[in-house]
Ligand binder design. Structure first.
Ligand SMILES: CNc1ncnc2c1ncn2[C@@H]1O[C@H](COP(=O)(O)O)[C@@H](O)[C@H]1O
Ligand SMILES: [Zn+2]
Length: 363
């Protein structure tokens, strides 16, 4: 089962760059900080938090602060991007929407733009697999060259698009700057905007002007929605009708009704929800109910580093917990093609690709 989940081509639509850092890299970088830089970082604390199995949402956001204190300069951003892409590709993810919060740090001359440029440099510097990240003007991707069944010897190809995140700690102006940056960088593969960050912080309405502007300009929008109990926010977010939402853990009856009639696809992050106690146990996870109702769904990892997971593990967990067979898993993966933010050229190539995988599959 595990091997099958790895070999099956997959689509990842909810992965945060800094949360997907390799833990070995995080520790290496934390240890290499100079005494001066160490000021903000307590190494034994980093080690302690990394080793913990379950993390409350509060602890998760403390860990993100630690990670951000270690990943400060452009070269490090480039390095972790490269490693994250290699890790997703080795798990046979063929299409990845990677999201990250553009960060400004005046003391080292980092602007939101130069941060995203450093991410782009990371995409460019991957050499072990072919990375398709610049939208093609000829309406076709390198996927058309992909062998139908990936085997040991075939060279891997991964299509990567970027989503820029707004952190719930930011101001309306900072959010607007992120949206404008996304618009400027569309030709470089930026396809959407995400609202994330500690759900206990701030009001999502602070970002409404930026989110509305993004949508008016044709960017796709995904919102972290219902990570904590907040009935009014969930209701208003659904009324905004984003292209996708993430999590949907603390939904009440009226929210389920709204969600189901809206057909908004949900990015499901099983391990993340269990580890942060957002859902009591896998047996009662809302995946089962939405899957049964044939609601648009996509399995995602959220933060592979922080939650020690990979997309193949999420599929295996779903298969074991909800009794999905190989065919159902492939269908789940294939359906995600319909919810991607990239253009129709990419969508068509992925449809053709998954069709041939399905036609050649031995069940
Ligand atoms: C556990 N569930 C979650 N809920 C909300 N926001 C999350 C998150 N996981 C990650 N992030 C958001 O992504 C940032 C790290 O990646 P980047 O620095 O953007 O690459 C976190 O600081 C947080 O804002
Ligand atoms: Zn997330």
């Amino acid at each position: 089962m595990e091997e099958w989940c790895v070999s099956m081509p997959k689509i990842e639509l909810h992965a945060h760059l800094n949360g997907s850092i390799r833990l070995t890299t995080l520790l290496e970088l934390a240890k290499a900080l100079t005494e001066n830089q160490k000021g903000a970082v307590n190494i034994s604390q980093v080690e302690h938090v990394i080793m913990k199995h379950d993390l409350s949402l509060t602890e998760v956001f403390q860990l993100f602060d630690l990670i951000h204190n270690v990943i400060t300069d452009h070269n490090t951003v480039t390095r972790i991007t490269k490693e994250v892409i290699e890790d997703f590709a080795s798990d046979n993810v063929v299409y990845l929407e990677l999201r990250t919060t553009p960060k400004r740090n005046d003391s080292i001359g980092m602007s939101k733009r130069s941060y995203v440029d450093a991410v782009m440099e990371g995409l460019r510097s991957v050499s072990s697999v072919d990375v398709d990240f610049i939208p093609n003007t000829q309406d076709s991707t390198s996927l058309s060259n992909l062998p139908i069944i990936t085997n040991e010897n075939s060279r891997k190809i991964i299509i990567v698009r970027l989503i820029l995140s707004i952190d719930r700690r930011e101001t309306t102006e900072a959010a607007m700057e992120t949206v404008k940056l996304a618009l400027e960088m569309r030709h470089l593969g930026v396809v959407g905007i995400d609202l994330s960050g500690n759900p206990k912080t701030g009001e999502w309405t602070t970002y409404l002007p930026a989110l509305k502007f993004a949508r008016e300009q044709g960017l796709s929008v995904t919102l972290h929605c219902g990570e904590i109990r907040n009935s009014k926010e969930i209701k208003n977010m659904l009324e905004f009708h984003p292209q996708r939402i993430g999590h949907a853990c603390f939904f009440e009856d009226e929210h389920w009704i709204k969600l189901k009639s809206s057909k908004i696809p949900v990015e499901i992050c099983l391990t993340s929800n269990i580890r942060t106690f957002s859902v009591a146990s896998i047996e009662v996870h809302h995946f089962a109910c939405l899957y049964k109702a044939k609601h648009p769904l996509v399995l995602c990892t959220d933060d592979t580093g922080v939650f020690s997971t990979r997309l193949s593990k999420e599929y295996k967990l779903a298969a074991n917990s909800f009794g999905l067979g190989r065919w159902e898993m492939l269908e789940l993966s294939r359906n995600a093609v319909e919810y991607i933010f990239a253009d129709n050229g990419v969508k068509n190539d992925l449809r053709i690709f998954f069709n041939s995988v399905a036609n050649n599959m031995e069940v």
